[in-house]
Design a protein around this ligand. Structure first.
Ligand code: PLP
Length: 367
């Protein structure tokens, strides 16, 4: 398996082999919907719903990171629903995490269940014991958003394979630099590149990766026929963002460990979840399964008021949903109905230098 550092270096030069003298070093932003196409319609690019040079630059970059071919989508949910619609049919059963990204669950209940697809929910921490017999698809998310529980991906994949089910892993919370579900046996990876990969909170994008060529072709066909396609500008911006993913992630993970360690000792904090704390229930599996513990921290304060007060008082934590951007951000997840304590804050550690960030959080906790 190629070391993530090696991939991060290769990523910055992935276009080199195809460059002609005088070509631009970064990929050009091509917004064309149509391409010069006299006579036979055989060409690399024929119409903007099928393929564009700018998507292909992004997909080549993502494929390097995933070590597998990739198909880009206009958002993480577009990638997820594209996979679910491509892989499931009436009469199938799907197992989804009861504590994972809530939109995946809501989509399954509102759109898959009425199509006679049985949706079974199971908690991430116990996912290796999920009822997968007769399941067509096991959808796993580890660490789960927002609770940061993990499961043993290799074990889940072995059990699913034995039961004849395919495994789709949502790898959004860690990115392929920190966790490689395909190497652990997953059939498909889905991810929201809206988060850390694009990294600047200024676009939405997602992707699907798989080493199963037939399956990926079907997913690409879904994209062409449904018209669920990324915009070239978003793809171009995401390509630029991903060039600095490794350097941002290493800062974010390093800072997150310091902040989580200090939060765990803070008198105003009731509980801390961070997979990198040796006392955390996710630590042992994460240490074996990942190349880093990520940038998300779950912090439980006394109640909703204490959490809102802290968020309101902290100048270096943006009060916003989502995560993975250069700006640290946080939100009280119970406001969306997640099954977490009222005072639970999901903190996404950004790229601010650690000491000013910690002082701001510490001051806000004491406010
Ligand atoms: C944000 C997120 C998604 C959805 O991504 P969008 O780009 O917002 O559509 C899917 N899964 C997880 C784990 C997420 O955090």
């Amino acid at each position: 398996m190629t070391h993530p550092d090696r991939l991060a270096a290769e990523l910055l030069h992935h276009r080199a082999d195809d460059l002609q003298r005088g070509d631009p070093l970064p990929p050009p932003l091509v917004g064309a919907s149509v391409f010069h196409l006299p006579g036979s319609p055989e060409a690399d690019y024929v119409y903007g719903r099928y393929s564009t040079p700018t998507w292909q630059a992004l997909e080549a970059q993502l494929a390097l990171l995933e070590q597998a071919p990739c198909v880009a989508f206009p958002s993480g949910m577009a990638a997820i629903t594209g996979v679910l619609y491509s892989m499931l049919s009436a009469g199938d059963r799907i197992v989804v995490p009861s504590d994972g990204y809530f939109t995946t669950r809501v989509f399954s209940t509102e759109f898959l269940a009425p199509m006679n697809i049985e949706v079974v929910e199971h908690p991430t921490a116990d996912f290796a014991n999920a009822p997968i017999d007769d399941a067509a698809l096991v959808f796993v998310e580890t660490p789960s958003n927002p609770g940061l529980d993990v499961c043993d991906l290799q074990l889940v994949c072995e059990k699913a394979k034995a039961a004849g089910a395919r495994v789709v892993a949502d790898n959004t919370t860690l990115t392929p630099l920190l966790q490689r579900p395909l190497d652990l046996g997953a059939d498909v990876v889905v991810a929201s590149d809206t988060k850390a990969p694009a990294g600047h909170s200024d676009l939405l994008l997602g992707h699907v990766a798989s080493r199963d060529a037939t399956l990926l072709e079907k997913i690409e066909r879904w994209r062409s026929l449904s018209g669920c396609i990324p915009g070239p500008f978003e793809a171009w911006l995401a390509h630029r963002g991903i060039e600095t993913l490794e350097v941002r992630l290493s800062r974010m993970c390093e800072t997150a460990l310091v902040i989580a360690t200090r939060l765990a000792e803070h008198p105003s904090v009731q509980a801390v979840r961070y997979p990198g704390l040796p006392s955390d229930p996710s630590f042992e599996i994460s240490r074996r399964q990942t190349h880093g513990f990520g940038f998300l921290i779950g912090v439980t304060l006394q109640d909703a008021a204490a959490a809102d007060r802290m968020l309101g008082a902290c100048p270096f934590v943006a009060e916003t949903t989502s995560f993975g951007g250069v700006h640290s951000s946080g939100e009280r997840r119970a406001r969306w109905g997640d099954q977490v304590a009222e005072g639970f804050v999901r903190l996404s550690v950004g790229c601010e230098p650690v000491e000013p960030l910690w002082s701001a959080i510490d001051d806000a906790l004491r406010a």
